[in-house]
Design a protein around this ligand. Structure first.
Ligand SMILES: Nc1ncnc2c1ncn2[C@@H]1O[C@H](COP(=O)(O)OP(=O)(O)O)[C@@H](O)[C@H]1O
Ligand SMILES: [Mg+2]
Length: 317
């Protein structure tokens, strides 16, 4: 498992991870879905003295409140119908190691108080149990919500917020660090390649990757590459046709929503933008064939080459 990224924001996160990892400090990891929050938590665990003990994760948003409590803290036999034996909770499983509480913002206020007590006392109480159990667990949590806003709305306990957020790590959206895309693409190509040979990504596809907004961030990029590798042919070239329909539609929308419609620009700029678009479309239609594209555009071959140079499109597509 590698934590990749050269963008300054990622380099900062990596430096913070290295600093905070050796201590028991709680960290709150924020960022949109798929930006690498869980990977950061695992990396912190891996870089700590706890690495040989368990790293336990739970998604607090995916489980009903009552179940979440018994998942976290366990229960004693007879505490409710169906509790036929004692059960260990995840905090006990994580003893000596790390627990990662994902989507912490979804936790109910009642459970928040119980969690706060665990953090303060380093002991848990099983559901239906009386005797506290001592535990030594490092708590990392993540959220895509703005927890300080939840605190202001009183849906998240302020005291717990400060306990969880001794160190905060923020992961940027992928669209804010597009320069990392090529390295990530290469990494996922290697991860999902079908043979020894790593597939190649068409230059045009790579350019589309840079234009796309990646609402699902790195997870979406990873899934897109995995799918494209599966669909690619024997020559292992990934082309536009191997990308999801939805992706291609979004890119097209992006491409049709162009500066030529932007009324803040001058007529000259808008005409230029339109010309660039028409040239690009013609070249895409002809898979880059200049002669053929010039015919479609009804300009001379020479004029086309001149414009390509002027617009820095000489190696398009
Ligand atoms: N910086 C990174 N370098 C390499 N892979 C990454 C990076 N960030 C995320 N990933 C990968 O992207 C996927 C989604 O990351 P994850 O940590 O589950 O995101 P989140 O918890 O924020 O939703 C995982 O497969 C993870 O390994
Ligand atoms: Mg996650």
């Amino acid at each position: 498992m590698k934590f990749l990224g050269k963008h300054s924001s990622i380099q900062e996160v990596m430096a913070l991870i290295a600093k905070v990892a050796p201590f028991k400090t709680t960290c709150l990891i924020t960022g949109e879905s798929g930006t690498g929050k869980e990977l950061v938590a695992r990396t912190i665990h891996q870089q700590s003295k706890r690495k040989n003990k368990n790293f336990v994760t739970i998604n607090c948003g995916a489980i009903p409140e009552q179940l979440l409590e018994s998942e976290l803290f366990g229960y004693v036999k007879g505490s409710f119908t169906g509790a036929t034996t004692d059960k260990k909770g995840l905090f006990e499983e994580a003893h000596g190691g790390t627990i990662f509480l994902d989507e912490i913002g979804e936790m109910s206020l009642a459970l928040q108080s119980k969690l706060l007590r665990v953090l303060q006392e380093s002991e848990i109480r099983k559901v239906g149990g009386v005797a506290p159990i001592q535990i030594d667990v490092r708590v990392l949590s993540a959220t895509l919500k703005d927890l300080s806003a939840e605190v202001a709305k009183k849906t998240f306990r302020e005291d717990l917020y400060y306990r969880l957020n001794v160190m905060s790590l923020h992961l940027p959206a992928l669209r804010e660090r597009k320069e990392d895309i090529p390295e990530l693409v290469q990494h996922f190509l290697d991860k999902y390649k079908k043979t020894e040979k790593t597939p190649q990504v068409d230059a045009l596809v790579l350019r589309k990757f840079q234009q796309y907004q990646w609402p699902g961030n790195i997870r979406e990029l990873e899934n897109t590459i995995e799918r494209a590798v599966v669909l690619s042919n024997q020559d292992d070239r990934i082309e536009l046709e191997h990308l999801p329909e939805n992706f291609r539609k979004k890119i097209e929308e992006h491409e049709t929503q162009l500066p030529m419609q932007d009324e803040n620009l001058s007529i000259k700029q808008r005409v230029m933008a339109l010309e660039i678009e028409l040239i690009k479309k013609a070249l895409l239609r002809t898979s880059g064939n200049r002669t053929h594209a010039a015919k479609i555009l009804e300009i001379s071959h020479r004029a086309l080459l001149y414009k390509l140079k002027e617009y820095e499109l000489s190696d398009f597509p």
